[in-house]
Design a protein around this ligand. Structure first.
Ligand SMILES: Cc1ncc(C[n+]2csc(CCOP(=O)(O)OP(=O)(O)O)c2C)c(N)n1
Ligand SMILES: [Mg+2]
Length: 781
């Protein structure tokens, strides 16, 4: 690493120059996209000049001086242009992509790991999630370090979130805070851009009065960056204390409005409220309107020296919250205005701003135009930024080889949930790379989703050792709850949002910390909805993990409506980056888990969702051939093959398959050739079907006429065969099958919220029983 030492005064000067440049480039990037690029559809392009401005100082200080290669950062979504401007100055972002900000292939609206090319550490966009991501990534960093899973060369980094103040309205931030506290999270910096404004207006004063206390309550250090150097100097003068008290007591909305009004506004307000103090009168006399405005808006979060002092004052790993007082739109014409969130400078305003920045026409993208320091000096400073000392930031880790088959239980009767527990237990018993790389996590449903055996063998993860007190006191329990740094299960409290962000962080470990992990998270299927945005966020970042959701559907029977999941199969189909499976039998599950653990690691792979059941089914006595295994992975197989040209087939998936088998036995008496198709993944079948159709439409020359798996499956049936589909979930997940070859479908499934009851009652009531299937066949024909 080439580190030239630079005198503090000189560094401060250069950083202030770069701060101006970053502010300019972020505003110009947005302006260019909105005003200078041809607009073909009449839609607003947008961008947030004011949100960028409030963070310009903090981000300049961090990226150009404070951050180290091992640190990882989540940037508040609306400061994306600031991030791209910084990367542009570093030479990691192109002018072309800045010119195409928010256009296809250009710099993204919100920092994106997968779409941007300039080394985004964590995607952001849905507020609150990126914040929590840093916390859970810090846990992953410790997990990897304490077990020596990386290459051992990486220093411990700080996980940094640049947080909008209104992001703290999102409950998931506090869910994460509590979880982090339980796990003794370290090396975490959250910098709150306290500009006192959100999207619609000014944020409530009452809330922020409590924020520092909330952080302190969970063991964080809170550093408030309130007043800048100018104001602090004036506070130290006679009657200066009166001014401090006045600003301290100033409601957010009044302060913001005065920021917008400027010098004359401040003078009027201060004269009205503080004119009795001679010291204040002197201050007012000594400052003209412009200087008074500069003074009154000199908040520490926009004061480079104050920001550097705050960051550089922290030298331990205590999680730290910096509350940085800033001004939304600082340095821009609409600073402080409550409506400035999506406000864009007009052409005239931009012309004035540009002039003030000293930028000539045509020099808008010039890296150093309008700055007073010599370009060579600025470039030299950029070249030696510690942030880049280790090169590009994305790490790699070798793929963990998955054996050809996983240890499979041989129970005559079993549920897929039980099978899942046993398969994992079998892996846990092995001493293998696979067993070392798996990490499980669950939001307080570890035992009830059958992870218990795995945890008994592999232990709970924690920074420190903690014995199982019940075991020590010889209280009998099936569950060994011992915590060590070697443990491979991260036990979470009941917050599904945390589960998915924890999985997001674990599933990026190979790219962020250079250590491959194979994360498996379990939860009850209906509660996927509770963490859905976080799941989407995880997939958007191309994180790789397996979710095992059980119990599912109405089949959990007596537990009733609140725990029944109906539309989760549609979520599985609709969520990009996630392939979903619903196996019926344990041997299918073993094949799918094996496939999933491998698929999670493939460049073109993704995450995996297994929807399991607690219903114990008689297991078929069979040894799956390689071909059958391929079919199971592709999405389905003929359990009872139809005769060529058959006019009817039953299509079943998951827990209701025994009813389909029973119905089939009756149907073949009338329709000798009827078949029974068992699906494992309508998601895979549908995706491959569409992809094959698209490729046919597109290919010139060599046309790929090979059928997709679902076309192959349905091929033996007659052209106008009838399909009766049945599953414990929304029937829409299977009803599309009719479009494949134009065969009519009668779909059975669940559309309504449940009742509690036993399986016979519920299947009868929801028309999932054999009688309903037989009836549907009769209707279809
Ligand atoms: C989950 C979610 N809900 C709503 C939005 C829309 N939104 C974007 S920014 C914003 C307000 C942000 O305010 P703050 O965090 O204070 O950022 P500032 O722009 O003031 O820096 C909202 C509501 C979003 N991005 N994500
Ligand atoms: Mg704000």
């Amino acid at each position: 690493m080439t580190m030239t030492t630079i005198a503090p005064v000189q560094r401060l000067k250069l950083l202030r120059e770069l701060e101006r440049k970053v502010l300019w480039l972020s505003a110009w990037t947005i302006h260019h996209a909105n005003h200078l690029r041809p607009n073909r559809d009449g839609l607003k392009v947008g961008g947030h000049q004011a949100s960028c401005a409030s963070l310009a100082t903090v981000m300049t200080a961090l990226y150009f001086s404070v951050l180290r290669p091992e640190d990882r950062i989540a940037v508040k979504p609306h400061a994306s242009p600031v991030f791209h401007a910084i990367q542009y100055l570093f030479g990691h972002q192109t002018q072309d992509k800045l010119e195409r900000f928010r256009a296809l292939g250009g710099a993204q609206s919100y920092p994106s790991r997968t779409k941007d090319t300039d080394d985004v550490d964590f995607s952001t966009g849905s507020v609150g999630l990126g914040v929590a991501m840093t916390l859970f990534s810090s846990l992953v960093q410790d997990y990897v370090r304490l077990k020596n899973l990386g290459d051992g060369t990486r220093p411990t980094g700080r996980m940094v979130a640049l947080v909008g103040d209104a992001e703290l309205d999102e409950g998931n931030v506090f869910e994460a805070l509590l979880e982090g506290w339980k796990h003794d999270v370290r090396n975490l910096w959250w910098v709150i851009d306290y500009n006192r404004q959100s999207l619609d207006g000014v944020v409530n004063d009452r809330l922020f009065g409590r924020v520092a206390e909330m952080f302190e309550l969970v063991g964080w250090r809170v550093i408030t960056l309130k007043y800048g150097r100018l104001l602090e100097t004036v506070f130290a003068q006679p009657d200066g204390e009166q001014l401090r008290q006045w600003i301290d007591a100033c409601p957010n909305s009044l302060y913001s409005a005065l920021v917008f009004k400027g010098g004359a506004g401040w003078r009027e307000a201060l004269t009205r409220d503080l004119n009795q103090y001679p010291g204040i009168r002197q201050i007012l006399e000594r400052h003209d309107d412009a200087a008074l405005h500069r003074l009154m808006t000199n908040l520490a979060g926009n004061d480079m020296q104050a920001v550097l002092d705050a960051f550089e004052g922290v030298n331990d790993d205590t999680p730290t919250c910096f509350i940085a007082y800033t001004i939304k739109g600082q340095g821009l014409p609409f600073a402080g205005h409550k409506d400035n969130h999506s406000g864009l400078m007009t052409l005239d305003q931009m012309a004035g701003f540009k002039k003030g920045m000293g930028i000539e026409d045509g020099a808008e993208w010039d890296k150093f135009a309008g700055l007073t320091a010599a370009p060579a000096e600025l470039q030299g400073f950029l070249n030696t930024a510690p942030f880049n000392a280790a090169g590009r930031r994305r790490t790699e880790a070798p793929v963990v080889a998955i054996p050809a088959s996983l240890p499979k239980p041989n129970d005559k009767k079993s549920s897929t949930q039980e099978g899942f527990g046993k398969i994992l237990n079998g892996i846990a018993a092995e001493d293998s790379e696979l067993s070392r790389r798996i990490v499980t996590t669950s939001p307080d449903v570890t035992v009830s989703t059958n992870l218990g055996a795995w945890v008994n063998r592999r232990g709970l993860f924690g920074h420190t050792e903690a014995e199982d007190v019940f075991r020590e006191l010889k209280v009998v329990s099936a569950q060994l709850w011992r915590q060590t740094p070697k443990g491979q299960h991260i036990e979470l409290g009941i917050a599904e949002n945390n589960l998915f962000i924890q999985l997001a962080a674990l599933g990026l470990s190979h790219e962020i910390f250079g250590a491959r992990l194979l994360p498996i998270g379990t939860l009850y299927d209906p509660f996927i909805a509770r963490g859905l945005d976080a799941l989407n966020y995880a997939c958007y970042q191309d994180s790789r993990f397996m979710i095992v959701a059980t119990p599912s559907g109405v089949t959990l029977a007596p537990e009733g409506g609140a725990h029944q999941s109906i539309h989760t199969p549609l979520i599985g189909m609709g969520q990009p980056g996630l392939v979903s499976y619903e196996p019926t039998y344990v041997d299918e599950l073993a094949v799918l888990m094996r496939h999933g653990l491998d698929y999670m690691q493939q460049p073109k792979g993704g995450s995996v969702y297994l929807r399991l059941s607690t219903r114990s089914l008689p297991q078929p006595e069979r040894l799956l051939t390689l071909e059958q295994q391929t079919d199971i992975v592709s999405g389905g197989y003929w359990y009872l093959p139809p005769e060529q040209g058959a006019d009817v087939a039953i299509v079943a998936m998951g827990a209701v398959t025994p009813e389909a088998i029973e119905a089939h036995a009756s149907v073949v008496r009338d329709f000798a050739g009827a078949g029974l198709l068992v699906l494992t993944s309508p998601d895979r079948l549908h995706t491959d079907w569409l992809a094959r159709q698209r490729s046919r439409g597109r290919t010139v020359g060599l046309v790929d006429r090979a059928p997709s798996p679902v076309e192959t499956l349905l091929a033996p049936l007659s052209r106008d065969a009838r399909l009766v589909t049945v599953m414990d979930g929304h029937p829409l997940a299977l009803s599309w099958l009719g479009s494949v070859r134009g065969q009519r479908v009668v779909p059975l499934g669940i559309e309504n919220f449940g009742q509690s009851g036993d399986i016979p009652d519920l299947y009868r009531m929801y028309r999932l029983d054999a009688a309903a299937i037989i009836d549907a066949v009769a209707r279809a024909l």
